[in-house]
Design a protein around this ligand. Structure first.
Ligand code: MRU
Length: 339
């Protein structure tokens, strides 16, 4: 997608370096971060310089290729990369594919990592085309977290249909949940939508049900980090509540994700590992003051502890359909017919 008229991808491989947009600095600063070896790529995944299920999948694949290209111990590198973040399936998918290719040759590891990144981008484009069919002119769409192009190599998952709808001339309005504690909705989704001139409003995380009760939401589209074999879906913490509210108000609730996010080896949501992150993310916030100066400030009672689960699981019964690059699935069983 474009930033100030110039096309960027979220992450790419340049020789043996992995380059990525620094998502911790957005929306206040647009900078490119370079990881010269696989350990730096691991650090960038852990500290969320790169984040979003598809983007960390690409990062993990590139990191695995970096290890092979540098002649590092591939088993150690594989373990280190798999240990960065536990929930997003794309990370595991990418590492295993590149690892298998790298056992044949470092060059094949590099090619496999680039192929994964390309497929991730193409999937987003096609998800946009299918998802656009669900969006009526004038639609008001609620989304949670950031499942836009920053969460992938390009295009995104939940935001891809929104970009396709806007490009096809439909007038739409997007409500972006702020997505505490890291603010992916308020910081990243809003930044993406503003770049594309798509009308949008940031809402507090706890305003979704009120908005729905007022008849102001026609459709909910969210992304996914891992979809279990029965269709239960892990996504950013707070998604489950939105699904319950949408069900209550009879509003369609769609998950958008590439097929690589579906994990047929995980039976149900109960088997999905939910990442828990530092309590500092809840207790402290970073932002700019009115003069543009960046500060990190304490926003809670000093000394009180916090709990910070990064994801929750929406049961498949609350999901109207899954928008994939193979088509829109009513249930996971439909996927078996499409593959
Ligand atoms: O910001 P993260 O990496 O913690 O969040 C992961 C996600 O990207 C979201 O849950 C998103 O909605 C999934 S779609 C890529």
């Amino acid at each position: 997608m474009k930033v100030n008229g110039k096309h960027f991808k979220t992450i790419w491989l340049d020789g043996t370096d992995v380059l990525m947009i620094d998502q911790n600095k957005l929306p206040f600063e647009f900078t490119i971060h370079t990881c010269a070896d696989y350990s730096s790529t691991c650090r960038a995944i852990i500290d969320m310089t790169v984040r979003g299920a598809g983007a960390i999948g690409a990062a993990a694949g590139f990191g695995m290729a970096q290890a092979f290209m540098a002649g590092e111990d591939p088993l150690m590198a594989r373990a280190q990369i798999l240990n960065t973040r536990p929930t997003a399936r794309d990370l595991f998918y990418a590492v295993e594919k590149v690892y298998a290719a790298g056992l044949k040759s470092p060059e094949l590891a590099k090619t496999a990592s680039q192929q994964i990144a390309w497929e991730n981008e193409e999937a987003g484009k096609t998800i946009g085309i299918y998802g656009n069919e669900l969006i009526k002119p004038g639609a008001r769409i609620l989304t949670h977290c950031n499942a836009g192009w920053l969460a992938f190599v390009d295009y995104g998952s939940a935001l891809a249909p929104i970009y396709a709808a806007a490009a096809s001339g439909k007038k739409i309005h997007v409500y972006a949940d702020e997505t505490r504690p890291r603010g992916q909705g308020a910081r990243l989704t809003a930044w993406e939508l503003a770049n594309e001139n798509i009308p949008h409003t940031i809402i507090p995380d706890n305003a979704g049900a009120l908005l729905m009760s007022k008849g102001m939401v026609d459709l909910v589209i969210v992304g996914a980090d891992r979809i279990a074999a029965n269709g239960d879906t892990a996504n950013k913490i707070g998604t489950f509540e939105k699904a319950i509210a949408a069900h209550y108000f009879n509003i369609p609730f769609y998950v958008a994700a590439p097929v690589s996010t579906i994990d047929m080896n995980t039976g149900s949501g109960k088997d999905i590992i939910i990442e828990e992150r530092s309590q500092d993310e809840v207790l402290w916030q970073t932002g700019t003051d009115r003069h543009g100066q960046l500060h990190t400030v304490n926003i809670a009672n000093p000394g009180s502890p916090a709990w910070n689960p990064a994801f929750d699981v929406t049961p498949e019964g609350l999901i109207t359909g899954i928008i994939t690059e193979k088509g829109i699935l009513k249930t996971i069983d439909n996927l078996k017919e499409l593959l």
